[in-house]
Design a protein around this ligand. Structure first.
Ligand SMILES: [Zn+2]
Length: 417
């Protein structure tokens, strides 16, 4: 397997990656723009765009912002509402795998930013049915979360005739350099289907799983083009206009609003995915079983590029976490009423054979790993300096008496601050 000489990404990255003559990946090259572009000018450009969406009558919302109890939500609302003085309508898809910490972060977000919010909780039986179908069809326990949280904001925007949806970071740009920041790429149905949803739109799922009905997949349908065009809905990514640095943004939010971070099972980034029992657990372990690497590699690549980790430190973190078994598997199996063998049997069908091979006794073996590429020729020539330490902090709990236990759907709408 070919690995980037600067970061840790392999050639089989599912978002597709290319390497230049120095062996540096497209993600690292586009990331160099973060230290070259004039971000004041970019932010002014964003201000101009946002001004053109400001409601003159004040009767409707200026934009829709998708939020959750983690993952840049505070930062995006902070920037849009407090820095740019827009009037956003918040939208949240309930992913059903909520931790109490995530529920609390979302409750404080609702209260502190004092915005209207629309929350959608799809019926538990439908979510389970859809998840059983996506495990079989694509080896994913998380499709409904991604499909629901990317469809709902656009559904709300078309329904309430609000022509702007504001997203945070564009993963294709940030991880693999699919686009330059200057392309100012916006959310499209095509990108969502091919990359976010692993090639499966809701209607494709309907075709491959006879037990699902039209009604079951309705929450996951992206609105029709003619409805989107009638309102003129656009989906902007803030990361094209603001120099994106998830770690420092989260730390800023921890200081300003006491955003709660949390220890994570399979990575050193304690900030991004604290709202979900499975994202950094079973879901990420499945990613490893498919592609031979997990979120820890994504996080290490990001921090290498932001000059907070050396390539060797990043590899050390990958070694520590990449094959660690998740502890949340029994919780998921109980929720969906499936046996462990059955679940992992489905996942095995989606192992990428560029990186995994099956041995005669039926077990799987990695053909290669970044651990074998520590001192590849050419690494020194493209090395970035390390300018900062890379420490992630666990913030104090807002409520010391709570403990994480089984699933909780949604808490009350407000908190005392
Ligand atoms: Zn790279």
């Amino acid at each position: 397997m070919n690995y980037c000489k600067r970061c840790l990404y392999p050639a089989n990255h599912p978002l597709q990656i290319t390497f230049d003559e120095q062996g540096v990946c497209s993600g690292c090259r586009v990331h160099e723009e973060k230290d070259i572009l004039d971000w004041c000018e970019r932010e002014n450009k964003l201000r101009g765009i946002l001004n053109s969406f400001r409601s003159t009558s004040g009767k409707i919302f200026d934009c829709v912002i998708p939020v959750s109890g983690a993952r840049d939500s505070y930062y995006i609302v902070h920037m849009v509402k407090n820095a740019f003085n827009m009037n956003p309508l918040l939208v949240s898809y309930n992913k059903h795998y909520n931790t109490k910490r995530g529920i609390r972060n979302l409750a404080y977000l609702r209260t502190l930013f004092d915005c209207d919010i629309i929350m959608k909780t799809v019926s538990p039986s439908v979510v389970k049915k859809v998840t059983r179908a996506t495990v079989r069809a694509m080896g994913s326990i998380y499709w409904h979360c991604i499909a629901g949280s990317t469809a709902l904001p656009v559904q709300v925007a078309t329904k309430f005739k609000i022509p702007l949806v504001i997203w945070g970071v564009h993963q294709g740009c940030d991880q693999v350099g699919m686009f330059s920041h200057l392309d100012e790429v916006e959310m499209t149905r095509k990108y969502r289907k091919e990359h976010d949803l692993m090639g499966f739109e809701a209607k494709d799922l309907l075709e491959s799983c006879s037990e699902l009905t039209e009604r079951d997949i309705e929450p996951y349908r992206y609105p029709h083009d003619k409805d989107i065009e009638a309102v003129g809905v656009r989906g902007l990514y803030l990361s094209n206009y603001i120099r994106w640095d998830s770690k420092s943004q989260h730390e800023h939010m921890m200081k300003l609003y006491k955003y709660e971070s949390a220890d994570q099972q399979r990575t050193f980034d304690f900030y991004n995915d604290v709202d979900c029992f499975h994202y950094s657990g079973l879901h990420d372990y499945i990613k490893y079983l498919k592609y031979g690497y997990g979120k820890v590699t994504d996080h290490a690549c990001r921090e290498i590029r932001l000059k907070r980790l050396s390539r060797e430190q990043g590899i050390g973190l990958v070694r520590k976490f990449v094959d660690k078994k998740p502890i949340d598997t029994p919780l998921f199996l109980e929720w969906i009423d499936t046996e462990e063998n059955e679940l992992f049997g489905f996942i095995d069908r989606f192992r990428d054979e560029q990186i995994w091979q099956r041995k005669e006794n039926g077990s799987w073996e990695l053909k290669d790993s970044i651990l074998n590429h520590i001192s590849d020729t050419g690494v020194e020539a493209v090395r970035l300096p390390v300018n900062e330490t890379c420490e992630f902090f666990i913030s104090p709990l807002r409520d010391e008496t709570v403990s994480e236990d089984n699933y909780v759907l949604v808490a009350r709408g407000y908190v005392g601050v």
